[in-house]
Design a protein around this ligand. Structure first.
Ligand SMILES: [Zn+2]
Length: 329
């Protein structure tokens, strides 16, 4: 119990430290603008956990390449910014060999570093074969002679039989989506956010990622209160950049399952970007190409710039972050 108490109060301290940066302190006219000093870049999966598989690559490898490109661009644009990666090679963070422990490591690293933002980079998958698969369809019928009955009653009969054709089904789904942890209270949910049924998944047979523990419940409340709006804002800006580049965007999604557990375990605004479908041949090629990776990294950078400048502009100047023009139709 003592241990739990320590974890919880440690969490509160981490959150209080972060509050100074996210501008949730009581409103005063002279309130200094919030700043972003430290950003965590978290390439999803790694090592024994390859993530989703495409035809020519794995999610773990491509997410790492995009993350490193994004980090490099970010550092060039903001030389004073402290950038911390959860991993820089194709291993699980902390060289761990357990996916759940590696997820905890990601969150702990972010909290220990008192980061102001957590950006996780992933690639999506449909759950069907990468590229496509062969299926069968009926293209007509042909007569077939069969014999029915036994002995003297045996008769010749003509029936029709379907003619099958094998055809290629392309794994067509393409596009991006950005996740935030679902807010606890309905009134905190923003109307441009879609609920969703697909996305990241994680096996947790040992229940290491307990979402019903007292700590997890406190984290969820804190996230709702302090980090949800900023997370949703950045997620929205990221998807807007993808759209502006001509990518298919499924917008901002919120969930509260173990697949994105790490988002609520970090005491700071946090997003998980699904940069495209590795299961689509063309999108996988795009995400593997230098052009594609530079474009995706650039999209996230542009969104970050807008988020940062909105956050660092004093609230009373009338200059706020761009908001969606209207809500869900
Ligand atoms: Zn993933």
């Amino acid at each position: 119990m003592l241990k739990k108490g320590l974890i919880v109060s440690g969490l509160f301290l981490a959150v209080m430290a972060n509050l100074a940066f996210i501008g949730e302190a009581p409103k005063k006219k002279t309130k200094p603008a919030a700043t972003i000093k430290t950003v965590i870049i978290d390439p999803g999966h790694g090592g024994i956990d390859p993530g989703a598989k495409g035809l020519i690559s794995t999610e773990a490898v491509v997410a790492l390449e995009i993350s490193l490109r994004f980090g490099k661009l970010l550092q060039e644009t903001f030389p004073d910014l402290k950038i911390i990666y959860t991993r820089t090679t194709n291993t699980l963070p902390g060289n761990l060999n357990n996916v759940q422990q590696a997820l905890r490591y990601r969150a702990d690293l972010a909290n220990k570093s008192k980061a102001d933002l957590f950006i996780s980079i992933h690639l999506n998958a449909t759950g069907q074969k990468a590229g496509g698969w062969y299926a069968k369809r009926i293209i007509g019928h042909k007569p077939k002679v069969v014999y029915v009955g036994k002995g003297k009653r045996r008769k010749k009969k003509t029936i029709t039989e379907p003619i099958y054709e094998s055809y290629w089904v392309e794994n067509k789904r393409v596009g991006t989506e950005t996740y935030v942890w679902a807010a606890d209270r309905t009134d905190e949910k923003q109307d441009f956010i879609e609920e969703t049924e697909t996305g990241e998944n994680v096996e947790d047979t040992l229940n290491v990622l307990d979402l019903n523990s007292p700590e997890a419940k406190i984290r969820a409340q804190l996230y709702t209160k302090y980090f949800f709006k900023n997370s949703a804002q950045l997620a929205y800006l990221v998807e807007e950049e993808f759209k502006a580049t001509g990518r298919q965007s499924y917008g901002v999604k919120q969930r509260n399952n173990k697949g994105i557990w790490v988002l609520q375990a970090t005491g700071m605004p946090s997003i998980l970007v699904e940069t495209g479908f590795i299961t689509n041949k063309q999108e996988e090629e795009y995400l593997n190409s230098e052009n594609g990776q530079v474009e995706v990294a650039g999209n996230i950078l542009e969104a970050f710039k807008k988020y940062k400048s909105a956050l660092e502009t004093p609230k009373n100047s009338g200059n706020t972050a761009p908001k969606p023009a209207n809500g869900k139709k």
